[in-house]
Design a protein around this ligand. Structure first.
Ligand code: DQQ
Length: 573
């Protein structure tokens, strides 16, 4: 269980009482709703992550690859830097690195979405026809499922979208009308029916309702949800897709061949993290059953153990891979966001596939991001004794991509693991980067000031359990900023299920001014931290590697690149 029972229950109670009727999980600041940004503070803006020039963004919506173009829609407040006035902003790209902003594609205009156009997904129908399903909020605050289609299919960018008059497609009949949202990409089965999932809850039970349709217009609720789980609260932004049992190639959402497992991801409103299980989809019964090795609920696996929520995947038919987008919210205050004039980024798109063990997914930044790599510096066979720190010089440490492999002679000095340490984040809070260990802590000090008044360490610590080793990976914001007011500085952490037979651990970190996105052991465990240094900014940011374990650690190989800036949505007013 990722959280103590007490904390989870308190959070749950707070959630139930703090959501005044309108069950969006976002905090609403009525006083800030029309405060359009006049200036935009640059200090913590990212260099190569997806963000618009200003204002608030949240969930990625309807990502798709269509006729050679990648589309990303996202929840956007055109009027300010807090959540509100939500429309579907729209950007297009040929490589998911350089983006061009277009006018919003979907915005409140009809009775079926007059109070909001919330999250949803895209499906490409036979005949190469894209269709978007999204949640509209009507004047009674009910959550309805609508569709939108491109106005002009010959426009390569699909700039304009229309919402036909036969909307809504799905009314919240027999369900909780204020917790009924975020339709998935549809999949087609050879019984002639399209299927979608819609996130919901009944009391405290999180639910993914299944709806079926022959013609994509008339949808009927299946007899039972595809899956549900008690005491998990509202399920937002469900995602359901097949993954291949052989290799890193992605599968179309409607793939119905052999050698596949299924992934069900839900965004738990109560904890604000994205959890997934791997399992089987029993087609004839229309139910999903997680494998016995996959823990269901908030004790289970997460795409990312940091600031990452409301994610969505899509099948990239151009390159035959499945791509994951996630929203990394700010960790500063609403007042800070108003002052900055912006809030929220999307994480770097990641390829995602099944680990050969079949027990978890692997994720890796799309290879196109490497086109931004500029000047680089390398280190090899560099020994780090206890307490040693070495600077990685010669790159722009505030905007960088770092890949490193560490090795250690053996695991004899690993600290003993206490089986009661089930909460990785709590453990990382106790055993931070400066707390001496045996094998580790070792790793990187990112976004560090010269004299280490500020730094965000990303590191490993290896423990010895009776019949195995336990690897903890941390991305710890505790010392990330000298600023004390209004910042959330968690010691984000996850365990890494990795075989240490070769006595090696690898790490990749994408460092971008106010975000550190890290991939442990080839993408087994991923952690995104949002941080706001005051000294370690721009050219004053440094990068170090360190070892605070009693066992010597060697940097087998480290390569760090300065990252160039792509074209990022310039032109959006
Ligand atoms: N954000 C959207 C909802 C979704 C939530 C509203 C998740 O559709 O459930 O902006 O962050």
């Amino acid at each position: 269980m990722a959280m103590s029972n007490f904390l989870s229950i308190s959070l749950f109670v707070a959630f139930l009482f703090l959501n005044h009727g309108i069950e969006a999980s976002h905090v609403i600041y009525p006083e800030f709703q029309s405060l359009a940004a006049t200036t935009v503070q640059q200090t913590h803006r990212t260099g190569f992550h997806f963000q618009p020039p200003k204002h608030w963004i949240n969930d990625p919506n309807g990502p798709m690859y269509y006729n050679g173009i990648y589309h990303l829609f996202y929840q956007y407040n055109p009027k300010g830097a807090v959540w509100g006035n939500i429309v579907w902003a729209h950007s297009v790209s040929k490589d998911m690195v350089n983006w061009q902003a277009l006018e919003p594609a979907i915005y409140p205009s009809k009775p079926f979405d007059i109070k909001g156009c919330w999250s949803g997904s895209a499906t490409i129908l036979p005949g190469n026809m894209p269709v978007i399903l999204y949640t509209g909020i009507d004047s009674e605050e009910r959550q309805l499922q609508n569709y939108a289609i491109p106005k002009n299919l010959s426009d390569p960018y699909l700039r304009e979208w229309i919402k036909p008059d036969n909307n809504p497609l799905v009314f919240p009949n027999g369900v909780n009308a204020t917790s009924f949202r975020d339709p998935t990409t549809a999949w087609w089965a050879n019984d002639g029916y399209w299927r979608i999932l819609i996130g919901s809850r009944r009391k405290h039970r999180g639910i993914a309702y299944l709806y079926k349709s022959r013609d994509f217009l008339k949808w009927t609720k299946a007899k039972h949800p595809i899956h549900s789980k008690g005491k998990t609260g509202n399920w937002e932004c469900p995602d359901f897709f097949p993954v291949s049992l052989s290799g890193a190639n992605g599968l179309d959402t409607s793939y119905d061949g052999p050698d596949k497992k299924y992934v069900l991801k839900v965004s738990l409103d109560v904890t604000r993290y994205d959890y997934y299980t791997i399992g089987s989809y029993l087609k004839n019964k229309d139910i999903y059953v997680p494998d016995s090795t996959s823990v269901d609920g908030w004790g289970g696996l997460r795409y990312d153990y940091g600031n990452f929520y409301a994610s969505k995947t899509f099948f990239d038919a151009g390159k035959g891979r499945r791509i994951l987008w996630g929203w990394a919210n700010e960790s500063d205050s609403a007042e800070d966001d108003i002052a900055k004039g912006w809030a929220g980024i999307q994480t770097i798109p990641r390829s995602l596939w099944l680990d050969p063990s079949g027990k978890q997914l692997l994720q890796w930044p799309i290879r196109e991001i490497e086109t931004l790599r500029g000047k680089n510096t390398q280190m090899s066979n560099k020994v780090l004794k206890t307490g040693e720190t070495v600077e990685v010089q010669g790159i722009t440490a505030a905007q960088a991509d770092v890949e490193v492999t560490f090795s250690f002679p053996n695991l004899d000095k690993a600290e003993t693991f206490d089986p009661s340490w089930v909460d990785a984040q709590k453990l990382c809070g106790q055993k931070g980067s400066t707390v001496k260990g045996g094998v580790g802590p070792f790793g990187l000090l990112t976004l560090a000031s010269e004299k280490l008044e500020e730094y965000t360490p990303v590191f490993f610590r290896v423990f010895k359990a009776p019949d195995k080793h336990v690897v903890l990976m941390c991305s710890d914001a505790t010392s990330s900023s000298l600023k004390t007011k209004g910042l959330y500085k968690p010691s984000f952490a996850g365990f890494v299920d990795v075989n240490l037979a070769d006595n090696k651990l690898s790490l990749r970190s994408l460092i971008d001014h106010s975000v550190v996105e890290s991939f442990g052991a080839g993408g087994k465990t991923c952690i995104t931290s949002r941080v706001y240094p005051t000294l370690a900014v721009s050219n004053n940011a440094h990068l170090f590697a360190f070892n605070n374990g009693t066992e010597t650690v060697t940097i087998d190989k480290l390569t760090a690149w300065s990252m160039n800036k792509p074209q990022m949505n310039e032109g959006l007013k």
